[in-house]
Ligand binder design. Structure first.
Ligand code: HEC
Length: 148
């Protein structure tokens, strides 16, 4: 009797495991879908013309920092946006014009008075970042928002 119950439990776990993932679409908020019809961001923007002095290596480094350091905790993995912070992978800008320099300075200063979100973005998101890391982050944000 006991053995059978455990077997059933184990079976349930296996099924759960097999069904994990694949709910990408369910995570999109209606706002995101409306703002960016071509939602799925292409692989890091091969069709983006990077500003002078910005290299693909910086974009790759910035992506790494974004998704492992503080930024993603509000903007979510790959900057798709969430309740605490906007998507950065679209062409909609709330506080700036989306230029590379404006992205750099926004990361430095944060956003003390958000337009559409409940709480401010602290300078550097609240982390300690070097000038190089900030430039890489801005390169990444620029690349995911300036695709053709
Ligand atoms: C504590 C939450 C939080 C963290 C952490 C955070 N942000 Fe933000 N971010 C925000 C909010 C809130 C806004 C402003 C949204 C608004 O105006 O409604 C914002 C705005 C921005 C903008 C300007 C977007 C626009 O449309 O004007 C950029 C660029 C940005 N963040 C990049 C970053 C980067 C890079 C990091 C990591 C260093 C980061 N953020 C960390 C909350 C956060």
């Amino acid at each position: 009797m006991r053995t059978i119950q455990w077997g059933a439990l184990l079976g349930a776990f296996l099924v759960l495991g097999a069904c994990g993932g694949g709910d990408q679409a369910a995570n999109q908020t209606p706002a995101d879908t409306a703002a960016a019809p071509a939602a799925q961001p292409a692989a890091p923007a091969s069709n983006v013309t990077l500003p002078p002095g910005v290299t693909p290596e910086m974009v790759a480094q910035g992506k790494e920092i974004f998704n492992s350091n503080i930024c993603w905790s509000c903007h979510q993995q790959n900057a798709v946006g969430g309740p605490l912070a906007p998507a950065l992978n679209d062409t909609v800008w709330l506080n700036i014009d989306g230029s590379y320099d404006a992205i750099v300075s926004t990361i430095k200063t944060g956003v003390p008075q958000p337009k559409q979100h409940p709480a401010p973005m602290p300078p550097m998101g609240g982390a300690q970042l070097t000038e190089e890391q900030i430039k890489a982050l801005a390169a990444y944000v620029y690349s995911i928002s300036h695709g053709a």
